[in-house]
Design a binder for this molecule. Structure first.
Ligand SMILES: [Zn+2]
Length: 288
């Protein structure tokens, strides 16, 4: 039998996934969700339960104050419908500086309250201020989160090596945003690629640059035939199911013990769908 490989593919024989992550549940998310829905993209919105309903403004970098009010508790479910709600701690402290007991409380109380509203276990977390250490990572995992986002830009498209240090590709204000988008879209390999953009809704008002996100979404959505649009949690669930695949010694049989169908590419142009809960016999392919 010839050599084969099993490059992860996303649903629909696609090797690319695009996702967004926005923090703090600010009132500008209302406009942002409308934009995301118009272009058919999916995002994860990371919410600090304790700040919901807060009203106020703040000045950044000497600019005139910008509205940083938060959305109301009772609009969370309808506002973010079709997207994902993630955790962001109860009161947005620097979790690495408040001691473990309080960090534990901040993480779990936020999760418990949000889950009462969402009526499902939360999957994603974003570190407030992007700060964490090994103990905070452990707390996030123990709380039941599948992954947590940092604020470090990679300018790359690799799937995460560590789901609790999920580094985004870039912030939406990154001057390289559109050149990264083009590199992502124009790559014609079969290696799995993730383009992951993050930010805060209020930043568009602060910089008067809503056009930046609209230009990105317009460009990305034009190529939707080769890109999977998914929330952070959907991507991690899919990726983790892929990592659970079980192989026979000669590679001809693959068991998918998860409840998610997984697609792989075993040779350029040759795809297999590994059905959930089933053993799949892999088609023979030539030597690489
Ligand atoms: Zn935040």
């Amino acid at each position: 039998m010839g050599k084969r490989f099993d490059a992860l593919q996303f649903p629909g024989h696609k090797n690319k996934v695009f996702t967004l992550s926005y923090d703090d549940a600010v009132v500008q998310d209302r406009r942002l969700v409308e934009l995301f829905n118009r272009y058919g993209v999916k995002a994860t919105f990371n919410v600090g339960y304790g700040a919901l309903g807060f009203k106020g403004s703040k000045s950044y970098h000497g600019n005139p104050p910008v509205d940083v009010s938060k959305v109301e508790v009772n609009e969370l479910v309808s506002l973010y419908q079709g997207h994902e709600i993630g955790g962001h701690s109860l009161d947005h402290p620097d979790l690495s500086k408040i001691g473990l007991p309080q960090a534990m409380y901040q993480i779990i109380e936020d999760k418990v309250q949000l889950e009462k509203i969402c009526q499902r276990p939360l999957e994603m977390f974003a570190y407030p201020f992007g700060t964490f250490n090994d103990q905070i990572k452990d707390l996030i995992a123990m709380a039941g989160y599948k992954g947590a986002r940092t604020t470090r830009s990679t300018h790359g498209f690799d799937l995460p090596a560590d789901c609790y240090e999920l580094d985004p590709t870039c912030h939406h204000n990154d001057p390289e945003l559109m050149s990264l988008a083009k590199r992502f879209v124009e790559d014609d390999g079969f290696k799995p690629m993730m383009f992951y953009v993050w930010g805060h809704g209020y930043e568009f008002d602060d910089r008067h640059n809503w056009n930046v996100i609209e230009e990105l979404l317009e460009y990305i959505s034009k190529h939707k035939e080769k890109i999977w649009f998914a929330t952070n949690g959907e991507i991690l669930s899919y990726y983790q199911a892929y990592k659970r695949l079980e192989y026979s010694g000669d590679g001809s049989l693959i068991y998918n013990p998860s409840c998610i169908d997984i697609e792989i590419c075993t040779y350029p142009g040759v795809y297999e769908t590994l059905k959930a809960g089933q053993i799949t016999k892999i088609k023979e392919t030539g030597l690489l």
